[in-house]
Unconditional design. Structure first.
Length: 178
């Protein structure tokens, strides 16, 4: 009979425990739903917008009418040892000051005009401005000034042709070309 009383005591104690357990599993989850809503509201995700791409622009090659750099600039004669020596630099004339600088070290800064005479203004590497006119020389390759406009000074240089002779080459210095 002791075992029956023990079982009865166990059942009586188990009954409140079972009731307590059943109330813990109730369907009331409002606090859980509130927590989920707060979490969703605090961490709003963002999606980056789709990047905008610029449309492709065609490139128009505009140098097709210029000399081909892979073709010799000089007409090579049948005998390359014979060079046209009729064109020579003037070695016996006094050098002008601007001939001591390469053309890319000089820059045009403007022009002056008075009584139909036009002068170009050239700045040397020491930032000194010089006045030049037609038939003055400048640059390392005997560049003689042939034309002065408001934006450019045109020269003709005498350069070696690579075959023992010399050729004339056009060059220019534009305003603001530093």
């Amino acid at each position: 009979m002791k075992t029956k009383s023990k079982n009865l005591a166990r059942n009586i104690l188990a009954l409140p425990m079972l009731a307590l357990l059943a109330t813990g599993c109730s369907k009331e989850v409002s606090d859980l739903n509130e927590f989920i809503a707060q979490t969703k509201a605090s961490s709003v995700g963002s999606v980056r917008p789709i990047p905008q791409f610029k449309p492709y622009l065609n490139f128009a090659y505009s140098a097709s009418d210029l000399r081909d750099p892979f073709v010799a600039a000089v007409n090579i004669t049948e005998d390359p040892g014979i060079a046209n020596n009729s064109l020579q630099p003037e070695n016996n004339r006094p050098k002008q000051y601007l001939e001591s600088f390469p053309l890319d070290a000089l820059s045009m800064v403007g022009t002056l005009e008075q009584n139909k005479n036009t002068w170009g203004l050239i700045k040397d590497p020491q930032n000194v401005v010089h006045r030049v006119q037609l038939d003055n020389y400048m640059g390392k390759n005997e560049g003689r000034i042939k034309k002065i406009t408001e934006t450019k000074i045109h020269l003709v240089e005498i350069v070696p042709d690579g075959l023992g002779g010399y050729i004339e080459r056009e060059a220019s210095i534009a305003i603001g070309s530093e």
